[in-house]
Design a binder for this molecule. Structure first.
Ligand code: GLN
Length: 453
């Protein structure tokens, strides 16, 4: 098939079926067909390589030149980005075909993709259930076979948890491995771009395109990018796997534990060794995160003021009225909650008690992992405490929703890379196995994931 035929086929599939999932916010048909034509021309000229004409789509948190970029919010519902995010540019330059922009929780805040201004996303495994969040559109689109792979972002679990809920492979790289330039900031010290795909091999192909230094992001690390596909078939005999006792808690259901333990037994059959470890500060990860992430978001979202871009209220009376009503009308309830918590935590008199304390806890959490990686090569456990839950089940109680990220959030605080791969089912719903690697050890994670798959 030509790239144009493949692209047309997927565009038709999206048109005919995405009403069931609501995974796309924007389908960029014209741009996709132009890219597909260019790919076919390249192939005809004998210049095709691995990415020529490969279809994919971007989470709507990444700026795309000339294409609506909403971040799932009314606030940016009229925002046509004037430039491409670095990773978007990388995929364009590699010859990929972008089919459009994927739904997400508003400003990436959420674990269920119920907070999008563009409506909830449905899990293709069971339409009454959530696909996870905030990259729910990326996960649903891949699970529904509308695209083979999608970009996504992970601040506290937003790649790994939706991948787990939709039976897919999610990769959150080391903080600094992938440029954040053009990725709309939620919590800048935690945000990292990554991938949701069916297989680890596809993730490795995507990471090859995304990873690398970018002078436009001062936190991006200048470090050689290996070919992540080259090590996929390495043997894992002798690999030491750490199992944190805090991740196999008594309140994790026996069924979930069983699926994860079965997967680990598979690794033992392949020659890996298993060792129990402890990450003693695990219980502090959610409280520390829910100070640091809101604090950073309250600063980052102050640029959405109705003046320079984005939503503006009707007939503002004066500048204060303009700010107040544009923000009051443009942001949804979860975003407002976090801006208020964050502004409070950063205010004079509370800064030391909350923000500074949370940063100190963050260091303890990081040290737990540094110590663990002196003893083991990789850490494994469940990605989530439960399989996909029903829409509406956790919306009444934000804390209940926040607990969803208990196993994923600590990695972001430490800046470590992590993956989720599908390892079985409970009640016909997929269960995720989380793989946690040392800094810049994405190659080993992808290798271990590929050997299981
Ligand atoms: N669920 C977490 C939050 O709401 C993580 C979201 C994310 O990783 N973007 O902040």
């Amino acid at each position: 098939y030509s790239s144009v035929e493949i692209t047309e086929n997927l565009l038709t599939r999206i048109k005919n079926t995405d009403a069931h999932y609501n995974s796309f916010i924007t389908v960029s048909e014209e741009q996709a067909l132009a890219q597909a034509k260019a790919a076919d021309a390249r192939r005809a000229a004998g210049n095709a390589d691995a990415w020529t004409g490969v279809p994919m789509a971007h989470k709507d948190i990444f700026c795309t030149n000339g294409v609506l970029t909403t971040c799932g919010s009314k606030m940016l519902s009229n925002f046509i980005a004037p430039y491409d995010a670095t990773i978007v540019e990388n995929f364009n330059n590699a010859g990929a075909v972008s089919l459009g922009k994927l739904n997400m929780d508003e400003f990436a805040m959420g674990s269920s993709n119920e907070s999008s201004f563009y409506g909830a996303v449905k899990n293709p495994w069971d339409g009454e259930r959530v696909p996870g969040g905030s990259s729910g559109g990326s996960a649903a689109a891949v699970a529904a076979q509308l695209v083979p792979g999608a970009t996504a972002s992970d601040t506290g679990g937003s790649i790994r948890q939706p991948a787990a809920f939709c039976g897919l492979t999610g990769l959150k790289p080391t903080y600094g491995r992938v440029s954040r330039w053009g990725m709309i900031a939620y919590a800048s010290s935690l945000d990292q771009a990554g991938t949701i795909t069916r297989t680890a091999e596809d993730s490795a192909m995507m990471l090859n395109v995304m990873a690398g230094f970018d002078a436009k992001d001062s936190t991006c690390v200048d470090r050689e990018v290996p070919d992540y596909t080259a090590t996929l078939n390495n043997s894992i005999a002798g690999l030491t796997i750490g199992l944190p006792k805090e991740y196999f808690r008594s309140d994790l259901s026996a069924d979930m534990q069983q699926q994860v333990r079965n997967a680990i037994a598979e690794y033992e059959k392949m020659g890996a060794k298993v060792k129990e470890i402890s990450l003693p500060n695990t219980h502090l990860a959610i409280p520390a995160y829910y100070i640091i992430a809101p604090a950073e978001c309250s600063a980052n979202l102050s640029r959405m003021d109705g003046v320079r871009f984005g939503y503006r209220c009707e007939n503002p009376q004066d500048i204060n009225d303009l700010y107040k009503r544009s923000r009051g009308e443009g942001f949804g309830i979860e975003v407002k909650r976090r801006i208020m918590v964050g502004a409070y935590a950063l205010s004079a008199g509370f800064y030391d008690a909350y923000y500074k304390k949370a940063q100190q806890v963050r260091r303890l959490i990081r040290n737990d992992f540094v110590n663990a990686f002196n003893e083991v090569d990789i850490i494994m456990g469940p990605t989530t405490p439960t399989p996909a839950f029903k829409r509406g089940e956790k919306t009444a109680d934000p804390v209940d929703m926040y607990l969803e990220d208990i196993f994923t959030i600590a990695l972001n605080l430490a800046g470590l890379p992590g993956m989720s791969i599908s390892c079985g089912q409970v009640n016909n719903l997929p269960v995720g196995l989380q793989l946690i690697g040392n800094y810049f050890d994405e190659g080993r994670l992808l290798n271990a994931a590929h050997q299981f798959q």
